[in-house]
Design a protein around this ligand. Structure first.
Ligand SMILES: Cc1ncc(COP(=O)(O)O)c(C=O)c1O
Length: 376
């Protein structure tokens, strides 16, 4: 059997650790899972009842159009229902975008340290991946997207350009003005996907969603997810907002009934509770700044983040730090796959979780060395 060459050469998406095995092996304190950027506060209280109601009708197919959720999303974002496509997580939509717009002989542009799925989507489409170097580690936005270089990397063969804002795994972000200028610089026939998985959590004054730019850029696609701020990672719901014509093309490759009935109902209930969203995202941002400050006080270099995780440089002793945390039931995300073996990505927990993380780190007795992983 012969897979297509690009796929034969591809590594599958790496979820980090085998969490199920780690959970089974965990001691009485349980596992503190800080490897997947989940939301420690859980979904809005109304979600469970809505999901249970949907479960009672599990013998029938879900609404293939996801109409109720789309209408709620359209109202929320001030767009037409026809501009929305639902996905079984936004990962699925990122793959569909590759399938629809890229192909053999075309180029897909994305940034170094961009979300891992971009490379998978490009390869799965048989396209050539053009990886644009990130800003340097000592830039004002360390390892952030170089939007000028991204726009300059576009050639007549480019069909698709992906970037996440805020970005995973760096946590960095592109300011509103820079994003608008970047979109102006990209030709109209190149689809620009702005992956906003963490948008609801971002609170920097200069950060803004790209959604308003849809009005002036028909080549823009914004993807969002219910996995992060809405705390529904286990149910798999994401959505894309695009020009209605682009959305219609994406619909052609969508699997029938791709979002299940429980997920549709839960997402609708989560979306309806804005107070819960605001309270939990505010708390997450507050904890993020506190955790970053505590790590910096200990001498570790922590990148600026507008998401619900931090990229922390532990230098040459990173593997030791990771193993030591795992021994104590704390699970960070290794970054070797992103070309950042000297870093760990650590999701921001709640106050209790973050205290446990810091105590576990302190117990290792590893101090930042001069060769890296500390403040200069
Ligand atoms: C930047 C980014 N985009 C997309 C996703 C995929 O999220 P989901 O498929 O759960 O919607 C993630 C998940 O970690 C992410 O970090």
């Amino acid at each position: 059997m012969r897979a297509q060459p690009a796929i034969a050469a591809l590594r599958a998406y790496d979820p980090g650790h085998d969490l199920v095995a780690l959970r089974r092996a965990a001691g009485p304190a349980g596992l503190l899972e800080l490897g997947s950027n989940e939301n420690p506060y859980g979904p809005a209280p109304g979600v469970r009842a809505a999901a249970e109601r949907a479960l009672a009708a599990a013998h029938v197919y879900p609404d293939p159009y996801g109409g109720d959720l789309k209408r709620a999303l359209a109202a929320r974002h001030g767009v037409e229902v026809a501009q929305l496509v639902l996905g079984n997580g936004s990962h699925e939509l990122l793959m569909q975008l590759g399938q629809v717009f890229a192909g053999p002989g075309t180029e897909v542009v994305f940034p170094q340290y961009g979300f891992a799925v971009f490379a998978i989507a490009a390869a799965a489409a048989g396209a050539d991946a053009i990886v644009v170097p990130a800003l340097p580690a000592d830039a004002a936005m360390p390892r952030g997207h170089d939007v000028d270089a991204l726009a300059a990397a576009v050639t007549p063969r480019t069909r698709l350009l992906y970037l996440a804002n805020p970005n995973n795994p760096t946590g960095t972000w592109v300011a509103a003005g820079a994003m608008a200028r970047f979109l102006d610089a990209v030709p109209d026939d190149v689809v620009v996907v702005v992956d906003e998985a963490y948008a609801e959590i971002a609170d920097a004054p200069e950060y803004a969603s790209a959604l308003p730019l849809l009005a002036t850029h028909r080549n823009l696609v914004v993807t969002r997810t219910f996995s992060k701020a809405y705390a529904l990672a286990g149910l798999r719901v994401g959505y894309a907002v695009a020009d209605a014509e682009v959305a219609a093309v994406l619909e052609r490759v969508r699997e029938s009934f791709n979002v299940n009935a429980v997920a549709l109902a839960a997402a609708e209930a989560a979306l309806a509770d804005d107070a819960h969203l605001q309270a939990t995202t505010r708390e997450n941002a507050r904890q993020r700044e506190r955790l970053a400050a505590a790590l910096r006080e200990r001498g570790w270099r922590v990148g600026p983040s507008q998401a619900n995780f931090l990229l922390v440089e532990f230098g040459p002793r990173t593997a030791e730090v990771e193993a030591g945390l795992l021994r104590q039931g704390v699970v960070p995300r290794p970054m070797g796959g992103y070309g950042l073996p000297q870093c760990l990505r650590i999701s921001v927990g709640d106050a209790v979780g973050n205290r446990r993380l810091l105590a576990a780190l302190d117990a290792l007795g590893i101090a930042p060395g001069r060769e890296g992983g500390g403040h200069a």
